[in-house]
Design a binder for this molecule. Sequence first.
Ligand code: ADP
Ligand code: ZN
Length: 604
Amino acid sequence: MSDAALAILKNTFGYSSFRGFQGEVVAEIAAGRDALVLMPTGGGKSLCYQVPALLRGGTAIVVSPLIALMEDQVNSLRQLGIRADSLHSAMTEQERDQVEWDLLQGNLDLLYVAPERLLTESMQRLLAHIRIALFAIDEAHCVSHWGHDFRPEYLLLSRLPGVFPEVPRIALTATADPRTRHEIVTRLELSSARVFIDSFNRPNIFYRISQKRQGKQQLLNFLDKEHADDSGIVYCLSRKKVEQTAQWLCQAGRKALPYHAGLAPDERRANQHRFISEEGVIIVATIAFGMGIDKPDVRFVAHLDLPRSIEAYYQETGRAGRDGLPATAWMVYGLQDIVLLKQLQARSVASTQMRQMERQKLDAMLALCEQTQCRRQSLLGYFAEQLAQPCGYCDLCLEPATVWDGTDAARKALSCIYRSRQSFGVSHLVDILLGKRNEKTRRFGHDRLSTFGIGKDLDQTVWRSVYRQLLARGYVNVNHQGALELNEKCRPLLKGLETIQLRRDRYEPSARYELEYREVGRVVVTGEDQVLWEKLRRLRRNLATEQDVPAYAIVNDKTLMELVKYRPRTQSELSRISGIGQHKLEIYGPALLQVLTDHVCESA
Ligand code: ADP
Ligand code: ZN
């Protein structure tokens, strides 16, 4: 690795070494060659083009799909003393003129632009007059039809190598699948680029999935116990549920804001802004929320409803813990979620091929939910990545699932579907098994069925669990009206040729689990450390408010943690803390050291 690159890393960014293949990417681009970088969220993609931008001289042009993302990056870079700006549609004419002037004067190290602007004639004229260090194409998966973030303007970027053959290009994305990768390479003319693929494991995210009983209450218990003041995201399927959940959390004393496509654009923007700039805000959102959120200190992502695919689950949970500190991906799901999603699929009018694909995706998601061994192994396995050992850092590794022989119960449950002619939903089926004489069982004559009352040995919760697992494992289908139907797979089980092991459900973690989790799973600052931590956070908040930037742009939590741990006393000690480069040392050093020395005096 060149000394010049390391010097920039240390002096400007305040980091002592490159992570993973960052150094190799930097060398590749610095030497004028192209690269494609696939790294998970939080992996450290930005440095891969920011360091060579400074190394090569001239201005690096960064293509980014969203204004929020551009502003976030520009804020952070300026905090490092790097000359960065952006050009986008939300700026006034004058602001744009100023940026263009700076660009022509050679006053910018990095310029962020939207793809559609980059290829306008006026922009091309400007670019012809400056020295371009490199082109970075961020969120490069936007060029692909396959994912859900397709942006037609990205297709224009294929013209770049023709117009600027001498300028190296680097494309970056956190989307892992081979199909998207292939599209990026072909559509962006990157076939000669070196490809860097990182592991998609997010080692700091703790995965946890339990059964839903009273979802909102379970959520609140989780937050109270583990994330009392943290900010995070709660995902729900419908707008109505988003509203209700946000309200409920507010009543419980949390700062929770709704976010969905039905809100007025102003309100949506305001809520997003508060989430990013204030501390401890919880955003309750439909899946419309996420792209364009680079907030590094999201400490949890909670799902109150089941995502439709592992891709969606991975992407949504991936928004937690970008800063590398411990974060939780928490989810509850239940029978109702499965019935609803399967019923929607049964009603779908999409092509057969499409429906089959959606069915497969949901089944894979359900398999992850009903897993009895390490979640991370199966999650990564889905993306064709092998993890040699169980991770030791997910709910199932800390507290293995227990199973019971459900063969007899499953047979009863299946024959009950058969006897009632495959036309009823779960509640009614359970009523029959439990022998409930109510209006509905009488009306259909189900109190005379041979299966009436044969399930009195188990209670309602267990029967619902049996049906859920039969559904999730594909023994039973749901029709468009929500009734359960048998399918081929259940035949051997019904005939007694096969047995089945079922999971015992878990709603709340056990005491033992909580003990173990406390050791490994959280950002914990306690006792006297916490006093200092709070003081530093207050200083950071004030500095951020003065400049109208998010608190994490001043210094992130990781840096604060190191300050608490190492307690630097001099500028030179401070400069060794991760994330403190020369610029931050100069502008924030004195204030940080003041808090640290005052604290020593006060606690002496
Ligand atoms: P991505 O864009 O891949 O999601 P970022 O570029 O935002 O990730 O980086 C995630 C976090 O990791 C940031 O806080 C960043 O400052 C930090 N980081 C990146 N590279 C390094 C490094 N070499 N050493 C220490 N921290 C790093
Ligand atoms: Zn595990």
